[in-house]
Design a protein around this ligand. Structure first.
Ligand code: GAR
Length: 211
């Protein structure tokens, strides 16, 4: 990688397998920093093993709005210090304020383990005529199973002030099998998500579509 590389900061809360896919690739882009909000996030170890600047900023008092605001400011300052061309929420499980989003909105993308429309609609028509409820939030895989949906998937979208709403960059359907558990379904979704996030970051690094 050269100094002119397209600079990517990855935000993680959990295992970081999508982060790992990005670290393993780095074609046309460089992961310059990993930011985690949980000390137990396995993504921290992945960042360190890859010799990438890795910062853990735990949110200690999530229900205290002043503390949360101060924490967000620190997270924003740390991200900005790495001068990213792109910020990737790869399993980042915190809802960020509109003030935070506004700072990076033109260059921040999110992964979501379900099919999303780009607007705030509550249902979504599929190409075969089926209409399924839109599943937003932190338990999208569990909720898809509980609702008995025949299909779910994954979406990569630009981040806007509304949670899990924003222009879609990529989306793939994943069928739900009769014997699926939350773990088995999530793993099959992640198998699709990992190459997809790499493909989208490569494309954004090449300027198409512009970040
Ligand atoms: C991914 O499935 C991603 O879509 C999801 O967390 C997982 C992270 O996996 N993100 C969300 O649910 C955000 N609401 P990983 O830690 O193994 O990369």
């Amino acid at each position: 990688m050269t100094d002119a590389a397209f600079r990517v900061v990855v935000l993680v809360s959990g295992s970081g397998s999508n982060l790992q896919a990005l670290l393993d690739d780095q074609t046309g882009y460089e992961v310059v920093a990993v930011v985690a909000d949980r000390s137990k996030a396995a993504g921290i170890e992945r960042g360190l093993r890859a010799n990438v600047a890795t910062v853990c900023l735990p949110l200690r008092h999530p229900k205290d709005s002043e503390a949360r605001h101060a924490w967000e400011e620190v997270v924003a300052r740390v991200i900005a210090a790495f001068a990213p061309d792109l910020v990737v929420m790869a399993g980042w499980m915190r809802v960020m304020s509109s003030r935070f989003v506004a700072q990076f909105a033109d260059r921040m993308i999110n992964q979501h383990p379900a099919l999303l429309p780009s607007d705030g609609a509550a249902t979504m028509p599929l190409s075969d005529g089926q209409v399924i409820p839109v599943i937003r939030g932190a338990h999208a895989v569990r909720d898809a199973l509980m609702l008995g949906l025949p299909v779910t998937g994954c979406t990569i979208h630009r981040v806007t002030e509304e949670v899990d709403v924003g222009p879609i960059l990529a989306q793939v359907r994943v069928p739900i099998l009769p014997d699926d558990t939350e773990a088995s379904l999530h793993e099959r979704i992640k198998q699709v998500e990992r190459p997809l996030i790499v493909q989208i970051v490569r494309e954004l690094a090449q300027g198409s579509p512009a970040p």
